[in-house]
Design a protein around this ligand. Structure first.
Ligand code: MG
Ligand code: MG
Length: 341
């Protein structure tokens, strides 16, 4: 019986900490179709399977199978390990915040970051990944993401996305912040502010009952209302033992579409927002992504877990804010556990 194989091989081992629902008729179903919630771990599968007899229920299981096979849910213990990896990245960015200024080269900052990550018992997540040559992606001004560190000093008025990854205990952290170098133009400051706000607008939609494009459509609506371009070709992603897991998390979309959010999902949400056109191009180095019109771009990223039906941010900008003397409570609504690391 294929459905029995499906459940035994995939659903039970992968989502035994996940809440699903069962209808009044006893129909096991995806969360948005049903009335009564049960814990999958206490569900009597064998007894229930005796009652699976119709095509509709088979289709529901087939959907569940497809969904679960691609998205790897994390246990609470795994999420705590992921929090540790995320916070190593956060602290690395905090260290960068205290070093980044006019005259400093991105290659110098990259070497500092690599040493810092290793000193914290982790491995740089980007170094060597798909052949990337460094530990940080550093993308100034018109560069959107995936910029390679260079010997060119940063200049007053630059804006730069610093994206960092770390691997510890088998799990990745992946987290980014766009820094202002000295005084930047007011319109660039506004781009950074709106992009960061859009990150939280998106994170707010990462909750039980919602779907992938609920996050993207919220980010898109918010940024386009300010006249900015939302990059289409690059997206956020699931995060775990691999840097890029399912689902893809686009920063655009239509409400109510895409894969359902389920307890235990961990994703990296990362709006990449352009001051002008949404269109991009790639440098011949095979990495650097630039805006097609040469106008600036901004990028912020947090790692977020779905715990008790709500988003919990695993990374933090706190270390950056401490270094820059910024006071902010923007993450408070997304953190149940106070930062202790
Ligand atoms: Mg990243
Ligand atoms: Mg990412």
């Amino acid at each position: 019986m294929p459905i029995l194989d499906t459940i035994n091989r995939w659903v039970i081992p992968i989502c035994n900490h996940t809440t699903f629902k069962i209808s009044k008729k006893g129909c096991f179903s995806l969360p948005d179709f049903s009335t009564k919630t049960i814990r999958l771990s206490t569900f009597d599968y064998n007894n229930y399977l005796k009652h699976i007899s119709n095509k509709k229920e088979y289709c529901i299981f087939a959907d569940l199978f497809r969904f679960m096979r691609s998205i790897i849910l994390k246990t609470r213990e795994e999420i705590e390990l992921m929090r540790e990896s995320a916070l190593i990245v956060s602290k690395t960015l905090g260290m960068i915040a205290s070093e980044i200024k006019p005259g400093v080269t991105t290659l110098y900052l990259d070497k500092l970051a690599e040493a810092f990550i290793r000193d914290h018992g982790a491995t740089p997540g980007f170094l060597g990944m798909y052949g990337f040559p460094n530990s940080l992606c550093m993308s100034p001004n018109a560069q959107v993401v995936h910029g390679i560190p260079t010997n060119k000093p940063l200049e007053e008025g630059d804006v730069i996305s610093v994206d960092c990854g770390a691997l510890k205990n088998g799990f990745y952290g992946d987290h980014a912040y766009s820094f202002e170098i000295g005084e930047v133009a007011p319109e660039v400051k506004k781009l950074l502010q709106v992009t960061k706000e859009s990150l939280y607008v998106g994170i707010r939609e990462f909750r039980i009952g919602n779907r992938v494009e609920d996050v993207g459509s919220a980010i898109q609506k918010y940024c386009e209302s300010h006249g900015y371009g939302v990059v289409r070709e690059l997206v956020g992603h699931g995060l775990g033992k691999k840097m890029h897991e399912d689902p893809e998390m686009p920063n655009y979309g239509k409400k109510g579409r895409g894969k359902l959010f389920v307890e235990g999902m961990v994703v990296a949400i990362e709006p990449m927002i352009n001051m002008g056109t949404k269109n991009i191009k790639q440098l011949k180095d095979g990495w650097t992504i630039l805006t097609a019109d040469g106008k600036p771009s901004a990028h912020f990223e947090h790692d977020v877990a779905l715990i008790d039906g709500k988003p919990e941010i695993l990374s933090t900008f706190k270390y950056i804010y401490d270094a820059l003397g910024i006071v902010s409570n923007e993450e408070d609504e997304f953190r149940k556990i106070p930062l202790t690391f």
